[in-house]
Design a protein around this ligand. Structure first.
Ligand code: KG4
Ligand code: ZN
Length: 330
């Protein structure tokens, strides 16, 4: 049997500082996440300067705690994987600089991870037998992609949003309904007591692309016209409409490309209504549908360590010239 590989993952692209140790790409030994949500909540969204400063304050402590929880020494780590984009430039730079310093000081290989591939990799941890190829719907606060995952960390984009990311639409709708930040989990809860009885525009674009700005504006206008509109019904109607848009493109792609596995990833894949509808799709089309465990849907370093593991196996290492790339694409 070959030797076990222990990868340290480092994530600081937005408002979570997280460091994790993952064994062989699939087994979490520790996954320490310091969320800054309560600090940013009062501003209604993430304040980049505050995010960077808070990452700097805690990153070294988080690293030590991560090693302690995993019951492992820095010496036993085989590689240091870090998110280098996309994300907030100042926030990314904290993780990238820290990872480079650690790699230099310990002489361990540095591995550059695309945050979006990290979201996909969260599924390799939750589902030990999941292997590419599969169709993946990445739905997060910053991204909405439908991709053909051909191999680990190798995918071809089939469709993407032409305007807002789906998570942005969730957060905006929650804001106009006065539910607070981040909006996704609040909408998820409130919608459970509502009925999807409000008509909202459902858009289908060519080529598997998505648009969420129309529905976002429709919800803002309805709220403006009638501030007493039933918020639970509005949230249920919003969830119902965006889910129909997601399912429409996913179903079209399954039929055209004959995928047998559909994988969801990203913060919005935690949504209970979306999961229920994808479970239905799974039965109806006889495809297997996968989601990450709840905590692995939103930003965390275990998914970065898993994605880094597949690069480690390929010998794909970065050097100390690695820089943050805020606009990095898939
Ligand atoms: O993946 P993530 O942590 O960050 C990005 O890489 O963007 O996603 C955060 C997004 C936020 O927009 C948040 O509102 C949304 O995921 N989210 C949810 C739920 N939990 C988090 N959206 C809908 N339902 C949820 N339960
Ligand atoms: Zn993310």
């Amino acid at each position: 049997m070959s030797k076990d590989v222990f990868i340290m993952g480092i994530e600081s692209s937005c408002d979570e500082t997280s460091i994790s140790i993952v064994k062989n790409g699939r087994e979490i030994l520790s996954n320490v996440i310091n969320s800054q949500i309560s600090t940013h909540e009062v501003y209604g969204g993430v304040v980049p300067e505050i995010a960077s400063r808070m990452h700097t304050e805690v990153i070294n402590l988080i690293m030590k705690q991560s090693l302690k929880e995993a019951n492992i020494t820095l010496d036993e780590i085989d590689g240091i994987a870090v998110t280098y984009g996309p994300g907030l430039v100042g926030a990314l730079l904290v993780g990238v600089s820290y990872a480079k310093a650690l790699s230099f000081a310990t002489n361990k290989p540095l591995i550059a991870v695309n945050h979006i591939n990290g979201h996909v990799a969260a599924n390799y941890i939750t589902h030990k037998d999941l292997e590419p190829p599969f169709l993946c719907l990445i739905i997060s606060g910053g991204h909405t992609y439908l991709v053909n995952v051909k191999d680990y960390n190798e995918s071809e984009i089939i469709g993407k949003t032409k305007d807002d990311a789906i998570g942005e639409a969730f957060d905006k709708v929650a804001r106009v309904c006065n539910l607070g930040y981040p909006g996704g989990p609040k909408i998820d809860n409130l919608a459970k007591s509502g009925v999807p009885n409000i008509n909202l525009p459902i858009s289908h674009l060519e080529n598997y692309n998505f648009t969420f700005s129309g529905i976002k504006t429709a919800v803002i206008n309805l709220n403006h016209k009638d501030p007493n509109i039933n918020k639970a019904d509005l949230c249920a109607s919003f969830e119902n409409a965006v889910t129909q848009m997601l399912i429409f493109n996913v179903e079209k792609a399954i039929n055209e490309f004959n995928f047998e596995k559909v994988v969801l990833a990203g913060g919005v894949s935690r949504n209970s209504y979306i999961r229920k509808e994808f479970d239905e799709l799974s039965k109806r089309l006889k495809v297997k549908v996968y989601y990450p465990d709840g905590i692995l849907c939103t930003d965390n370093a275990a998914m970065i360590a898993s994605s880094g593991y597949w690069e480690y196996l390929k010998g794909n290492f970065a050097d100390l010239k690695l820089n943050a790339e805020p606009g990095l694409k898939l």
